[in-house]
Design a protein around this ligand. Structure first.
Ligand SMILES: Cc1ncc(COP(=O)(O)O)c(C=O)c1O
Length: 362
């Protein structure tokens, strides 16, 4: 995939005008079509953006908010996306409210009901921001059911799918969100800078460009205002977008559903090993509907960033430690290139790390 990406960059740099002015529209169309097929989307409803942060910003800045309006988000959202909502609220007099999805999740806790109850209030929120796979807690949220409830209540939905494509089977049309943004540069292993924004046809009406360029009031509009307004934001390198088909083909040629299943099994092994360390607690039951290739556990009270730094410095294990809702979390990820030996290195190093940091763990 990286070779395909660099080959595209070489083509671009050799003949930039021909590439950008003449070849790009058709090449982008082919890349978008490949991604749309992969995601279960209609091509006109899908635009490339740099990343999920950009997708969230496009939607947030397109909302016509005023004083007293409410945006609802869960308390598991990614910090940058939460900030984006706070930023637009601060500018407009709207407010960002959070619905708590308490952990540890207990069997039978209905995430959908909890969110439905928070939505069914006055003033009715203008938008619900919800992650498909949460960043601090690595939970898979039932976004299809959540979006259905929000639709019934007349609330627009923005699903932050930064971690979903490539990690779980995705059918964006079935999810039914008004807006769905995601990354190809995480679990699809595309080059960095390959993100997308999907918008349902009716929801596209409210969107405007984050950066105004030639596509706004385009002289020669394409078949999709979404493409025109969101994709051309001045001269930049579109190679990451054009390499997305290579990433899709790479995974398709390797029976990715079975790779994902193997990764999940290795992650379960990691989870079991982590939970066997005294004081380490689960955030949810061992239910495959709740987690895929990422798993967060709660550490005994400590500075999770110090844990993460120690594990990198002393064991070359790259694993994020996250302070979330007063808890110290450690989030493991397993991708196709990880092995049992990698997980064992973490499991051996973590007790040493906790000892070194003076954290009681048994
Ligand atoms: C849930 C979630 N949303 C959004 C993002 C932002 O992704 P990016 O930095 O590619 O914009 C991340 C990044 O890790 C994330 O985990």
């Amino acid at each position: 995939v990286f070779e395909a990406y660099q080959a595209i960059q070489l083509e671009l740099e050799r003949e930039p005008v021909d590439f950008l002015a003449r070849q790009l529209p058709d090449r982008l169309l082919a890349a978008r079509q490949a991604l749309a097929t992969y995601l279960g989307a209609r091509t006109p409803d899908l635009a490339f953006v740099a990343n999920a942060t950009t997708g969230v910003n496009i939607v947030a800045n397109s909302l016509r908010l005023s004083t007293g309006d409410v945006i609802l988000a869960t308390d598991h959202e990614y910090g940058a996306c939460d900030r984006t909502m706070r930023f637009v609220c601060a500018k407009t007099g709207a407010s960002l409210q959070h619905v708590a999805i308490e952990t540890p999740l207990v069997d039978g806790l209905d995430i959908v009901d909890t969110i439905a109850e928070a939505l069914d209030t006055e003033p009715r929120p203008k938008l619900l921001l919800v992650s498909h796979i949460t960043s601090p807690t690595a939970l898979v949220f039932p976004v299809q059911a959540i979006c259905a409830v929000a639709r019934e209540l007349g609330v627009l939905t923005l699903v932050d799918g930064a971690h979903a494509p490539g990690q779980i089977e995705l059918d964006i049309t079935a999810v039914g969100a008004d807006f769905y943004t995601g990354n190809c540069h995480k679990w699809m292993c595309a080059p960095k800078g390959a993100g997308f924004l999907h918008a349902a046809p009716a929801a596209q009406e409210i969107l405007g460009p984050l950066i105004v360029s030639w596509g706004w009031q385009a002289d020669v509009p394409s078949m999709s205002r979404l493409w025109d307004e969101q994709e051309w934001a001045g001269t930049r390198d579109p190679a990451a977008w054009l390499a997305v088909p290579a990433a899709i083909e790479y995974q398709a040629a390797r029976n990715w559903p079975s790779v994902r299943a193997e990764c999940h099994e290795l992650l379960r092994y990691a989870r079991d090993g982590l939970l066997a360390i005294g004081g380490v607690e689960p955030l949810h039951p061992d239910d495959p509907a709740l987690y895929a290739q990422m798993e967060a556990v709660e550490l005994p009270p400590c500075d999770p960033l110090a844990v993460s730094t120690w594990l990198w410095d002393n064991a070359r294990v790259e694993i994020p430690g996250v302070a979330w809702n007063g808890k110290a979390l450690l989030r493991a990820s397993v991708q196709s290139y990880n092995s049992v030996a990698d997980v064992d290195r973490l499991l051996t190093a973590l007790p040493r790390c906790l000892d070194a940091l003076g954290v009681a763990h048994s």
